[in-house]
Design a binder for this molecule. Sequence first.
Ligand SMILES: Cc1cc2nc3c(=O)[nH]c(=O)nc-3n(C[C@H](O)[C@H](O)[C@H](O)COP(=O)(O)OP(=O)(O)OC[C@H]3O[C@@H](n4cnc5c(N)ncnc54)[C@H](O)[C@@H]3O)c2cc1C
Length: 376
Amino acid sequence: MNMPHADVAIIGGGVIGCSIAYHLAQLDVDGVVFEKTSVAGGATGICPGGIRQQFENEAECRLAQRSMRFFEEANRLLEPENPFFLERSGYLFLAESQTLLSQLRRNVAMQNSIGVPSQIVDSADIGRLVPALVCDGIVGGSFCAEDGFLEDCDGFTRTLLRSARRNNFELKLQEVLGLAREGSAWRVSTTADSCLSSRVVIACGVDTVSLLRTLGIEVPIEVQRRRLAFTAPLPDPLMHPLVVALERSFAGKQLLNGVFYVGWLGETAHSDDLTFIETALTAGSTLLPVMAEVPVRRVIAGYYDSTPDHRPILGAIPGYDGLYLAAGFSGHGFMLAPAVGEMLANHVAGAEPDPLLSQFSLRRFQHPTFAEGMQI
Ligand SMILES: Cc1cc2nc3c(=O)[nH]c(=O)nc-3n(C[C@H](O)[C@H](O)[C@H](O)COP(=O)(O)OP(=O)(O)OC[C@H]3O[C@@H](n4cnc5c(N)ncnc54)[C@H](O)[C@@H]3O)c2cc1C
């Protein structure tokens, strides 16, 4: 019996795999998405939906900028059953030291030079943006009002896939166990059967390392646990933007339903949930005293697929014809997914790689020159 054939096999049904499938389908390329658990069942299902364009690295800023244009048009492009709400609540980075403030100044100058409308803010501006915030010790910050939130990552991902499936993409709920070269194609072996495909895209999030290892390929992706605490809702709107205080290892935001979600940027591998809650909320309460009292209703845990420079690895895997990689998103995968999907799809469909895509090649780790400083 002949083995089934797929034009393109995408391994991973998170936001990245589904975005690539969506954009390939727009180019009339057929294919299959393999997903071992459920669509958006990995990191995508944990993601609260933060979308920002403030990065330290220009290439990543450009990816985020392109993605923002897609998020703005998502309702028109994807026609979801329930329209998405892109909340323009902004991202506010706070600095306690002149060193960090200088870094933010350099970032904002670069961001403005490519059209990202971020700005440096002083404590009076911060007071206007978040009147309840205690500014003791804060020397300034950066803010981008265009940044924000799309709280429905699961729905966004499923809508991308639904559109791809309308255009001849198939979803197979099967785990890919291994890949092997067979003539000019790749044999994709799953828990159910095997298929042949000349082009395979690996978008497996934290599982990328183990799958590539079956081919003898090592990628510098480290798995890091990250948790989020969600409080009981508070009736008053107190903290509209996502506030990041790097020097206090705190990030948090009040969601549309009044709930605060809080992360601890100094998360350690072995800390228990109570330590996590206590540390995150104590840090948060230095900025917003009410956080010392508000009850935590739940804690969710997920994993970052982090690279040494906190930027994703994208594009063809050198030396492996027809094998492509989209992983290592280091906590930024949702906000980058539209542009990553578009650029990867164009390349997989046969176009020369976009010059921006080339900046995220696996090759950069052979000669590392840059490390992202703001590790969030
Ligand atoms: C706590 C937390 C907060 C975050 N906050 C944000 C945020 O505010 N904004 C933002 O942009 N990003 C955020 N992120 C990061 C974001 O969630 C991820 O970068 C993004 O979802 C990655 O998508 P992905 O498709 O690469 O991976 P995933 O969503 O993990 O998808 C990979 C899929 O591959 C499947 N898979 C794995 N191996 C196989 C196999 N062998 N065969 C078949 N299927 C397989 C998995 O089941 C999974 O569904 C956050 C992450 C966490 C954990």
